[in-house]
Design a protein around this ligand. Structure first.
Ligand code: ADP
Ligand code: MG
Ligand code: ZN
Length: 474
């Protein structure tokens, strides 16, 4: 590889305020088309916007958590362009004086730490949505999303691979979730990224011409579109073609990117200060209050897990990356003496089943997970049975103790009952007895396996092992 890849991201996150940025309509996702609307968000002439204070609060929190400077004076501007889902024919955004600037985030890819600069974070309004009518071949406008508050987080061109870009967006997602300022549901479009990408020969100090691929709304799409675009640009340059600065789209079903339009520059938008809104002026006291109110963020939570629960850094990293998983862990360890086992269940079966079933929320409580681990640690159920109980908890959110009771899954640890099974298995397998006596230790494993089968996985394996040995050595 003679080329170096240069990536800068613009990440949009919808803020989870109850009402929109310039009116009191609901921000709730979905709903009958055009029912969360009023004269302001549908852009009626003469309607006046009023800035929602919560939007500023949420954006400043995001800025503080991402190590930004907060502007005490910032302003809102009109970004002029026409699009059918933008009834005013301009978007209120921030141009030269954004709310937050000069921040940074640390990412970790394959154990290597790296700092990614954040140029700015500004507030703006979202546009509506076009629904393309499959049958009539027409586009229908839904303005429920118009005026939903967004922050746009613009990075420096500091990333050098798809994996770094992914880690950076993951970090943003986890911080916004911890702050509870955005639900970050990528499949609903509440978190989406535009990827700016260029390549240059290794050792070159000037950046190459970039393209911008818009609106990527899954980690998979971010990674695949970057890999596609790197490949496309390298091939073009090798053929002696010039890279054209352009806006591109990514088709995730077909796995290809394609050019959408020539790239516009800032002056094409004819930005000017929004005359219907006053400057945003923040006091030191306001900013400091928000700074002091920030919740525990992923990094410090990770350190706490390593220190207080002796979790390996690997575990702590994975669990704290998701607020939902970290909250589950915190609740579980309140009543469990086995944090490492709790962590194993979360990192293993739980994350696997959540992604396989496309489930966003953990379907059971931390207390129930602690009970499951307790049942195993107290020898009440075997680990094979525990897997089945876990599946039931996942599907039905039921208390594991109830599941075990109702389904008669308790481990058999009764000497008499175990002995009965052992004797039966020995009687049916004389060859294995002979094998064992001839020095084939494997025969013991086979016998224990048969006994497990006989007991439908419920016999206590340590007891089985011991009793077989006692009998065979008689
Ligand atoms: P615009 O708003 O027109 O898209 P910006 O100057 O705000 O332009 O830059 C957008 C993003 O592009 C930033 O994240 C920045 O880091 C990135 N970027 C700028 N130049 C390059 C480049 N040559 N290669 C890759 N990314 C770049
Ligand atoms: Mg851009
Ligand atoms: Zn409205």
């Amino acid at each position: 590889m003679d080329y170096e890849v240069v990536i800068g991201l613009e990440v949009h996150a919808e803020l989870s305020t109850k009402t929109k940025i310039y009116c009191s309509c609901s921000t709730e996702f979905g709903g009958e088309p055009n029912t969360h609307c009023c004269p302001v968000c549908t852009g009626m002439p003469g309607a006046l916007p009023v800035l929602n204070k919560k939007v500023v609060e949420y954006a400043v929190k995001a800025g503080l958590a991402m190590n930004c400077e907060i502007a005490k004076d910032s302003k809102q501007d009109r970004k002029n362009y026409f699009y059918p889902d933008l009834p005013k024919a301009y978007q209120i955004s921030q141009f030269d004086l954004p709310l937050c600037y000069k921040g940074h985030l640390d990412i970790n890819v394959d154990g290597i730490e790296k700092t990614i600069g954040i140029t700015r974070i500004h507030i703006e309004e979202d546009a509506g949505k076009l629904n393309h009518d499959e049958y009539g071949g027409e586009a229908l406008v839904d303005l429920n999303r118009a005026c939903v508050p967004l922050i746009e987080i613009v990075s420096e061109p500091d990333m050098r691979s798809a994996q770094e870009a992914k880690a950076y967006v993951e970090k943003i997602k986890s911080i916004l979730e911890y702050l509870e300022v955005s639900d970050c549901k990528m499949q609903e479009g509440s978190l989406r990224a535009d990827v700016n990408l260029s390549i240059r020969k290794k050792g070159e100090t000037k950046f190459g011409t970039r393209t911008e691929t818009k609106n990527l709304n899954s980690f998979k799409a971010i990674v695949r579109s970057i890999e596609f675009e790197i490949d496309r640009q390298i091939k073009a340059v090798e053929k002696g073609e010039e890279i054209v600065q352009e806006t591109r789209r990514w088709d995730d079903d077909r796995g290809i990117g394609y050019a959408m339009r020539g790239k516009e520059d800032a002056h094409d938008y004819r930005y000017f200060p929004e005359p219907d809104l006053s400057l945003i002026k923040l006091t030191d006291e306001y900013i400091n209050n928000l700074r002091n109110s920030l919740p525990e963020l992923p990094e410090s939570r990770k350190q706490r897990y390593i220190k207080d629960f002796e979790l390996p850094e690997y575990d702590a990293n994975i669990i704290t990356a998701s607020k939902k998983l970290a909250d589950l862990f915190d609740e579980a360890v309140k009543t469990s003496k086995n944090p490492k086992s709790i962590s194993n269940w979360i990192m293993g079966d739980l994350t696997r089943m959540m992604s396989e079933n496309n489930v966003e929320d953990v379907p059971f409580t931390g207390t129930d997970l602690a009970k499951l681990v307790g049942l195993i640690d107290n020898g009440k159920i075997s680990s094979a049975i525990a897997k089945k109980v876990f599946e039931d908890m996942f599907a039905n959110g039921k208390d594991p103790e109830k599941i075990v009771e109702e389904k008669g899954m308790l481990q058999i640890s009764d000497e008499g009952a175990i002995k009965e099974i052992v004797m039966k298995v020995l009687e049916n397998n004389p060859q294995s007895i002979a094998d064992f006596k001839a020095g084939k230790d494997k025969a013991l494993g086979f016998l224990v396996g048969q006994a497990m089968k006989e007991s439908k996985g419920k016999a206590n394996p340590q007891m089985l092992n011991k009793m077989f040995l006692d009998e065979l050595n008689k």
